[in-house]
Design a binder for this molecule. Structure first.
Ligand code: TXA
Ligand code: MG
Length: 321
């Protein structure tokens, strides 16, 4: 069932059930992080490998100290600027944090989502919410309640509808386990904004040289965001010449192509705005899955702002099955 009733969502979560929740990035599949039964249901419902840990969502950083977690100084500085927001912090865990949530690792990922319904919900609860993106493992994340309904509707008792996600890409993940902070996943908060506050950080993502069984962040598998059709990235105008244009779908930053049927074209931001393009990306990928085409051709986006995260997602979608 889909609705906007916070009481229903609160009650289900208190009973150890799962609820799909809106956030500003993507919808999450939430359960009580301190309830082993609920966390087990999350892994089962998503068909998620047990070695891939979950992000713990809270409404305020003070909750973390209460659970024995220490907030590094640079994290504190980022949090002042960007939390609530599309940024996830990886820090050393405490005994209070269940191993099931961290997949047996010594670190926990935490985030304060910037969505009024998610924050209102978290404030009603006296436990944090473990919440991965609300999609079957390996597929594109949902950016609307309807997306969740389509893939997990029969498995989740309640979908809390908070409208379309404002950011449209998952959070940026930054680790404080080493002296120099390290970005583990490009996402909804641009690298430039992070570095403006805490100076240079390390980045590690090169999906090409990551083996399936040895992801950098445990969950950063090479193939992810799977689509039904093969995907090629590059100069779309050039790529089209190798295919039957009528049988192609296009993910373009700002321009349209006269050779390709209009219904197969997803121009993410005619105004050349990377934030808008990011917001549109996952819905475009889902729509293309419904088309009868042979191949998807996608632009390489500028490596700045949210362009980095867009390129990362398309790169992973392009890894052959
Ligand atoms: O925007 C988001 O982050 C969304 C919304 C719902 O908050 N959540 C999300 O969760 O994208 P998920 O599970 O789909 O992706 C979380 C990523 C995974 O790649 C996981 O491996 C990584 O975060 N992660 C979680 N805990 C970690 C930890 N302790 N150390 C390193 N990476 C971790
Ligand atoms: Mg995910």
């Amino acid at each position: 069932m889909t609705g906007t009733d916070l009481h229903i969502a609160t009650r289900l979560l208190q009973q150890g059930e799962l609820v799909a929740i809106p956030t500003e990035t993507v919808y999450g599949l939430a359960g009580n992080a301190f309830d082993a039964g609920a966390v087990t249901k999350i892994y089962k419902t998503k068909n998620r490998p047990q070695f891939n840990p979950l992000i713990m969502h809270v409404h305020a950083l003070e909750q973390l100290t209460q659970w024995g977690l220490r907030i590094p100084e640079k994290m504190q500085r980022l949090a002042v600027q960007f939390s609530p927001g599309p940024l996830t912090y990886v820090i050393p865990k405490s005994d209070r944090i269940p191993d099931l949530v961290t997949a047996g690792t010594d670190a926990v990922a935490v985030r304060i989502p910037a969505h009024p319904l998610a924050l209102a919900l978290l404030k009603q609860l006296d436990f944090p919410l473990a919440a991965p993106s609300a999609n079957p493992s390996g597929f594109v994340s949902p950016t609307s309640a309807a997306h969740v309904e389509a893939q997990l509707g029969d498995k989740v008792p309640y979908i809390l509808d908070g409208g379309p996600c404002r950011v449209g890409l998952e959070s940026t993940i930054i680790s404080f386990l080493q002296d120099t902070p390290e970005v583990l996943r490009f996402g909804g908060l641009p690298l430039e904004q992070i570095e403006a506050v805490i100076g240079e950080v390390r980045t590690v993502m090169t999906p090409k040289d990551q083996a399936e069984d040895q992801p950098v962040a445990p969950g950063m598998l090479s193939r992810h965001y799977a689509m039904r059709h093969p995907l090629e990235r590059g100069n779309v105008a050039e790529l089209i010449t190798h295919h039957d244009p009528v049988r192609t779908a296009i993910i373009s930053f700002y321009r349209a192509y006269t050779q390709v049927p209009a219904a197969n074209q997803f121009v993410l931001s005619p105004a050349k705005n990377l934030d808008e393009a990011a917001q549109q990306l996952f819905a475009a990928m889902r729509n293309i899955d419904q088309l009868d085409v042979d191949v998807v051709l996608a632009d390489i986006f500028p490596e700045e702002g949210l362009g980095r995260a867009i390129n990362d997602r398309l790169k992973r979608a392009a890894v052959p099955a």
